[in-house]
Ligand binder design. Structure first.
Ligand code: UN1
Length: 494
């Protein structure tokens, strides 16, 4: 007997209208069935959005500081259940417990930040050009937001969207990735238990084409916040554009770590191991290119191959596991396809490049940490997002070439430079085309209270995290108060 999980619609836990369900299994061992989940369709989405409109009416009238208090309680519940959530999340998507604990912690940090934002939600005021007149702007709740999220950070990434949306007074309809519905059910339970108006939090699980797309198109949706691939994100943006809806997109990456001759190589090595193989390379911030200056190239590559070859693949719930499985069969096929592409392009495979043959890994979607050297900037493995444990190493002769290679891709999310030269570091900060640059740190490690997002094909100009996200989830109203007692004409009487 496995557990059966439902949608959260109109304040109740309900089956999909059609009764359809789907199974979700552990990617580290496919005979471990986590449960069955609602395979939602357009009718479920329509009901959820209709109820969310009511939820919005109720929740938006609660003063923002009080909304913040509910989020504070949600943060406290996440603290209490951290271990249980981390364990379930690892079972559901595979990354080691140390990482899923970090995922929960990121949601806790976001909860507390958003909770305190209930007492700020600052806006601007400025002097009027006329006397006895005042102007200021206020943030207002905007409506109902469609939230569409990925499986690689099943709690952290949704929390970046849902906590800010809620503290701003909106209702949400959430379509989580089909591979991580368990975490979504648990998160919604926590939000309701913490005191968020139940109708302000609607959950419809299932597949993109059957539930995600109807959500983006549904009447009554004010805007959409999406994290996922660039192809899907641009499709969603088209649907939103045609309907005049706001949309925040967090999409692909091809992040690079640049190591100059004067870098601390030990530090650079630790950084690339964590950046490339953490979360099995399944992060939008993962290091998928290592760009190394001539003078230290061979030494760094040799150490990298030795260390990466020692990483222990396995079930993330088992002690000692460094790298978990890929999320599913399609993901593993995609990674393997790119490895063949890299070989055909003439890159040299120096580590991994296949499915491990150990018996106890055969039930999961494991893939060996893989390193290519001799990669040229125009090869597909240097240009396209692979989303797996595959690192492409590129050799450059100097800083200028390093920056050119770094910027020579369509994406621009995260980036990193290792150098002891402060001037070079600041030049890199100025010239790297990315939303995030780390100096002497890996490409991963974003913190909840700083803006997160990318340039070029990674995003559409919005940011999550930090302070800017509260503007996305609010409407801005400008207020003029004329207390002169006479008609004053702006621009004319001035
Ligand atoms: C993502 O990969 O979708 O900086 C988000 C990091 C994490 C967030 C990653 N804190 O890698």
């Amino acid at each position: 007997m496995s557990d059966e999980f439902r949608n959260h619609v109109a304040g109740r836990w309900v089956h999909a209208e059609s009764g359809a369900t789907y199974e979700n299994r552990n990617p580290a061992g496919r005979d471990d069935l986590i449960g069955t989940f609602a395979a939602s369709g357009p009718v479920d989405v329509e009901r959820a959005v209709a109820s969310a409109r009511d939820g919005y009416e109720m929740w938006s009238r609660i003063p923002a500081p009080k909304r913040g208090e509910a989020l504070k309680r949600a943060g406290d519940l996440l603290v209490e259940r951290k271990e249980e959530l981390a364990d379930g999340m690892t079972r559901e998507m595979g990354k080691p417990l140390v990482e899923t604990r970090g995922d929960v912690q990121e949601a806790i940090d976001t909860a507390y930040y958003a909770a305190s934002e209930g007492r700020r939600l600052f806006s601007h005021t400025a002097p009027s050009e006329l006397s006895a007149k005042m102007g200021f702007a206020v943030l207002r709740p905007a409506g109902v937001f469609g939230i569409v999220t990925p499986w690689n950070f099943p709690l952290a990434v949704p929390s970046w969207k849902i906590f800010p949306a809620l503290v701003c007074g909106n209702a949400i309809v959430w379509k989580p990735a089909q591979d991580t519905p368990w975490t979504a059910v648990r998160f919604v339970e926590i939000l309701v238990e913490a005191g968020v108006t139940p109708e302000a939090v609607q959950l419809v699980t299932g597949f993109g084409s059957e539930a995600g797309e109807p959500l983006v198109k549904a009447d009554g949706v004010t805007g959409v916040s999406f994290t996922g691939s660039t192809v899907v994100g641009c499709h969603i943006a088209g649907l939103c554009g045609a309907r005049g809806r706001r949309v925040s997109l967090e999409m692909g990456g091809k992040n690079a770590q640049l190591v100059l001759d004067d870098a601390d190589l030990g530090l650079a090595l630790e950084g690339v191991l964590w950046g490339a193989f953490g979360t099995t390379g399944q992060r939008c911030t993962a290091t998928s290119r290592l760009i190394v200056q001539d003078g230290v190239h061979d030494e760094l590559v040799e150490a990298l191959v030795a260390r990466a070859g020692e990483l222990r693949l396995g079930d993330g719930r088992r002690d000692g596991t460094d790298v978990g499985p890929l999320i599913n069969e399609d993901a593993r096929e995609k990674v393997d396809k790119y490895v063949r592409i890299g070989q055909n392009e003439g890159a040299e495979l120096v580590l991994g490049g296949g499915i491990p043959d150990d018996d106890d890994l055969s039930r999961g979607w494991f893939y060996r940490p893989t390193v290519f050297v001799g990669v040229e900037p125009d090869m597909r493995i240097a240009q396209e997002e692979i989303f797996g444990p595959v690192l492409s190493v590129l050799r450059v002769s100097d800083f200028e070439e390093g920056i050119a290679v770094m910027n020579g891709v369509r994406y621009g999310l995260s980036s990193s430079i290792y150098t002891a030269d402060v001037g070079r570091a600041f030049q890199a900060i100025e010239r790297i085309e990315a939303g995030i640059t780390y100096v002497n740190g890996p490409t991963i490690g974003a913190e909840a209270h700083f803006p997160f997002g990318g340039v070029k094909d990674t995003g559409n100009g919005h940011r999550e995290g930090g302070w800017p996200v509260y503007d996305f989830f609010s409407d801005l109203k400008t207020v003029y108060v004329d207390y002169s007692g006479r008609l004053q004409k702006a621009q004319i009487d001035a």
